[in-house]
Design a binder for this molecule. Sequence first.
Ligand SMILES: *Cc1c(COP(=O)(O)O)cnc(C)c1O
Length: 229
Amino acid sequence: MNSAQIRENLAEVQRRIASAAAQAGRPVSEIALLAVSKTRTAAEVLAAYHAGQLAFGENYVNEALDKIAALSDLPLEWHYIGAIQSNKTRLIAEHFSWVHTLASVKHAKRLDKQRSRDKPPMNVCIQVNTSHEESKGGIAAAELPTLAREVMSCAALRLRGLMALPAPVDDYAQQRRNFSQLRRLREQLQQQGIELDTLSMGMSADLEAAIAEGATIVRIGTAIFGPRD
Ligand SMILES: *Cc1c(COP(=O)(O)O)cnc(C)c1O
């Protein structure tokens, strides 16, 4: 997609975020836009950067590393939002500043061990399987407190919040019900003394519902870069 179109799309997504925030009575400054650049070229990421976007989400480690290297002179912030494989944790720990998809104690320990002590701690969201689908990844809500405490005990990790990837549905009320589960889980953890400042939820088709339920990071691909083929 060309630069002018990406710029226009970004502005439109910002408008949607601002309008959803206003509707929910929330300050728009509470909501960060993560541009999901999986399958896009470094040139498309660069176009988004020139339009003011700094945070990018990637799902595939090798593909991301090429772009991170190509754009290494820019002050970009890279978020890993794909499924974590054990043999990729070292590269994730070395090249990303956030991971949204942590779902096991084993991966927490590996990331903690592999994160250089020269870097700031890695920001971590735990992915929760709110839709109870085998394929969607994430841990069951019942396992959340244990994993959260494990992450908190890791010096090179900083627990920031929760992430969900509910199965896409068209109905706004159903979208809200899915996201409200994540909001409630965060509240439950906070009652146990576990402070979380991040809810990573909402994509191109459902960012309004996510913001209504308290999203602080929305992860947007298609609405910025067009459909993936
Ligand atoms: C691809 C992807 C997105 C972006 O989805 P769009 O519908 O293109 O906005 C967000 N989050 C995750 C985890 C993804 O894999």
